[in-house]
Structures are given as structure tokens and as C-alpha cells.
Ligand binder design. Structure first.
Ligand SMILES: Cc1cc2nc3c(=O)[nH]c(=O)nc-3n(C[C@H](O)[C@H](O)[C@H](O)COP(=O)(O)OP(=O)(O)OC[C@H]3O[C@@H](n4cnc5c(N)ncnc54)[C@H](O)[C@@H]3O)c2cc1C
Length: 395
């Protein structure tokens, strides 16, 4: 079945094809080096930019492909099968671009910025974390100050992925120095607008290529770079749904590659004893079920998101029903990914445990372990717990 028969936009098929070949020809051969050196996957991100994949979410109204959630998720999943860090960079970039595409269209500055992405690839990063607020993205200490059409903003972030490599960073902060901690806006800080002083290191178990240390950011720029509206809205209606669905899609991609390696291993065993089913095949059947559940989980959320009527989106996505669904998706996919990789490792055995074997699963395992920490599952579960006190689902 081709992608157009599934309701995908015609511009999507070439982008998915390009992503798949970049995954196989660029991301996969560099993945171990990226991981070992904890370096940015520059070859992969450059290739994604040249192929137009970074601009895939630029709205059609501006000349872009306007890819929807399911389409973006397919690309993140395809890339994750080769390099988890590259896929995480792509997913985070798409979440930021979606904030501009969905909340910046009333601004001439952001419309021109997105049109420019079709001419010259641009990579967007995110800075929501802050020393003193940690994983609570809906609270800021720093505040933007406005004066004579310009802004000034200083932020101490605990974690900022590829901030040195990005063309611009979307930074959360209080609306003004008098605003409450939750009264936030999103400010686009371009590389030329800021100085970035690295404050911590990024020598982690996994997702090493995301290059995510702490940074102190000092910036100033035109006031037009403040995203219209509140961050409360762009968070609920865009940043949270895009992050949780696209992260889930890439965690699925990591798990899918681990299961593919396990399947290859089991087929190799079967070839050695023709006419018998190796005992590992039963484990493979069980883990493929868990993988299928994970795929259904993120894809059904992506399809439901894409199916939301434009006029109902703001209200639906700001409601408790969607918030709970996205929280559940994030928690379940982030729990499932390392469990599936673990089960694939039990199938492959020592060849999966070795770092220098073609069946190696070390990087998959370490990358997948970041999932439950990336916005702590405990923090998300605590939010769901308070919502469930007042929410009654209609079956
Ligand atoms: C690979 C990766 C890339 C990242 N990239 C970025 C980025 O680009 N930009 C950015 O801003 N941030 C980024 N982050 C940071 C991330 O989004 C979170 O802010 C950060 O991981 C949370 O850090 P924390 O665990 O110290 O914080 P916390 O959420 O405060 O958690 C600390 C501890 O407290 C526990 N805890 C918290 N709340 C509760 C609760 N209600 N009940 C019980 N226990 C609780 C948690 O389980 C945890 O053990 C990245 C993180 C990772 C792993």
C-alpha cells in the first residue's frame, strides 16, 4: 500500500524515502562514533536539512509540505532505527517548529522565518529546563524584559540539547519580571542574538549525541521574536502533544531495531538446525507483541491528533481528556522501550551484550533508558493523579 492511499500528503512520500535512505546510509554508519564520542550527529542532521526533512512541518500555506503528526512520527521512527540521538534531535526540532507553525502564523516575522527554512535548512532547539524549576516545564524563574521594540533574556538551563549547533532556541520564561512563575511566553533566540556559556557536562549513559549539558544563556533581539500568545496554550496544544507523540515514535524505532536484530539472530539459529524451531523464537513472538502494542499506541494517538477538527483543536487539546491520554502515552512508551530492548537482549545473549558485535544492543538499551527521565514519569504521573480526581471519562 503506498502512502497516498493511507491519506498522507503527496509531499510526504519523498520525505519519508529520503529519511529512510539517510538513516541507512548516513546515520547508521556514524551512530557508534556519535555515541562513543558523545558528539553531535552533524552528518545526519546536515543530510536531513539538504533533503528538506527538517522543513517537513512548515505549513502548506507557506509553501511547505505541512506534514502531520503521523507523518512526522514515521520519519522519527525510521531515523531512530539507525541512531536514537539523531531521531531525538529531529523530534525535538519538529516540536519547536510545530510551535511556530501553530502559534506563529499571525506574525510576519515567524511566517518569513518558516519560509526561509524552505530555502536554507534551520535547526531549532528547546530550553524549558531551568536551575530551580528542573523538570517542571510550566514554571519559569527567568523573565523576558522588553524595551523599545527589543527583548533581553537571561536563563540558566539545567539541560539544553544541541544548543551550540542549533540556528535558534525556543526559550520559556515569565512574560515580564512581575509575572507569576506559570505566566510564561516562548521566545525565539537566534544564535547571533546570544552568548551561551556551558555550565555542566554531558557524559551520559545514552542519548549522548544530543549534546545536552547545562547552559547559561544571555540574549537580546527584536521583540517580534516572542511567540504570540501564552506558553500555557502552546504547551498544551502543541509542545506537549508533539513531544510526547514524536518521542514515543522514536522510542518505538529504537525498540523496533532491537527486535529486528533479535529476529535476525533467531533466523540465523533456525538456519543452523533446519526443520526445528529454536526456543528463542517463542521469546521473539512474545516481544513482537509488545512492540506491536507500542506501535499501535503512538500511531493511534498521532492519528487522533491529526483527525482533530481545526476549530475544536484548541479546546480539545487544552482539556483533561487529551492531557491524560498524552501522559499515559508518554509513560507507557517510555517504560516499554527499555523493556523491549531488554527482552531482545535476552534473545540474542552475549552477542547483544558485546559492543563490537553486529547484534550489539548496548546503545539501544542506554538510549532507551533516557525515556522515563525525559520529563520524569513520576512528575507526569503526579499530574495525571490530580487530574483524575476531577475527571470522569465517558466510555
Ligand atoms: C536526552 C535528554 C535531552 C534533554 N533535552 C532537553 C532540552 O533540549 N531542553 C530542556 O529544557 N530540557 C531537556 N532535557 C531535560 C528534561 O526535559 C527534564 O527537564 C529533565 O530530564 C528533568 O530532570 P530531573 O530528573 O532532575 O528533574 P525532576 O523532574 O525534578 O525529577 C527529579 C527527581 O524527582 C522525582 N520527581 C519529580 N516530581 C515528582 C513527583 N511529583 N512525585 C514523585 N517524584 C517526583 C523524579 O522521579 C526524579 O527522580 C533533556 C533530558 C534528556 C534525558
Amino acid at each position: 500500500m503506498d502512502s497516498s492511499s493511507l491519506g498522507f500528503h503527496p509531499g510526504f512520500a519523498p520525505l519519508l524515502e529520503a529519511t529512510r535512505s539517510i538513516a541507512a546510509e548516513v546515520a547508521a554508519p556514524h551512530a557508534d562514533d556519535v555515541d562513543r564520542k558523545a558528539r553531535f550527529p552533524i552528518e545526519t542532521v546536515t543530510a536531513l536539512g539538504e533533503a528538506g526533512v527538517l522543513a517537513a512541518a512548515v505549513p502548506r500555506e507557506l509553501g511547505g509540505a505541512g506534514c502531520g503528526m503521523l507523518e512526522l512520527g514515521q520519519m522519527c521512527a525510521a531515523l531512530a532505527q539507525a541512531c536514537g540521538s539523531s531521531a531525538m534531535v529531529l523530534a525535538m526540532h519538529y516540536s519547536q517548529l510545530a510551535c511556530l507553525a501553530r502559534h506563529g502564523m499571525s506574525s510576519d516575522f515567524f511566517r518569513e522565518y518558516m519560509k526561509g527554512m524552505l530555502q536554507r535548512p534551520r535547526l531549532l532547539a528547546s530550553m524549558t529546563s531551568e536551575v530551580g524549576t528542573y523538570g517542571d516545564t510550566r514554571s519559569s524563574i527567568c523573565a523576558v524584559q522588553r524595551d523599545a521594540g527589543r527583548f533581553r533574556l537571561t536563563k540558566d538551563a539545567t539541560t539544553g540539547s544541541y544548543c551550540h549547533q542549533a540556528d535558534a532556541i525556543l526559550v520559556t520564561c515569565r512574560r515580564d519580571p512581575q509575572a507569576a512563575s506559570s505566566d510564561q511566553v516562548l521566545v525565539m533566540v537566534q544564535q547571533d542574538d546570544c552568548t551561551l556559556a556551558q555550565t555542566t557536562t554531558w557524559d551520559t549513559l545514552g542519548m549522548r549525541g544530543t549534546c545536552s549539558p547545562g547552559f547559561r544563556l544571555e540574549s537580546s533581539g527584536p521583540e517580534a521574536q516572542i511567540v504570540p500568545g501564552t506558553f500555557a496554550d502552546s504547551s498544551a496544544q502543541t509542545m506537549v502533544p508533539y513531544s510526547h507523540i514524536l518521542w514515543s515514535s522514536l522510542w518505538y524505532g529504537i525498540a523496533a531495531d532491537a527486535v529486528a536484530k533479535a529476529a535476525q539472530f533467531v533466523r540465523g539459529q533456525a538456519r543452523q538446525s533446519p526443520g526445528t524451531v529454536p526456543p528463542t523464537a517463542t521469546r521473539l513472538a512474545q516481544v513482537s507483541l509488545a512492540l506491536q502494542n507500542m506501535k499501535q499506541n503512538w500511531q493511534s494517538a498521532a492519528q487522533a491528533f491529526d483527525a482533530l477538527a481545526p476549530q475544536a483543536q484548541a479546546e480539545e487539546l487544552s482539556g483533561i481528556g487529551w492531557a491524560l491520554r498524552l501522559n499515559n502515552l508518554k509513560i507507557s512508551c517510555s517504560d516499554a522501550a527499555p523493556q523491549i530492548v531488554h527482552r531482545a537482549l535476552q534473545i540474542v545473549g552475549i552477542l547483544g551484550y558485546k559492543n563490537d558485535s553486529p547484534f550489539s544492543l548496548g546503545r539501544h538499551y542506554r538510549d532507551a533508558l533516557s525515556a522515563s527521565l525525559m520529563i520524569s514519569n513520576d512528575r507526569i504521573a503526579a499530574r495525571s493523579a490530580s487530574m483524575l480526581l476531577v475527571y470522569k471519562d465517558t466510555p
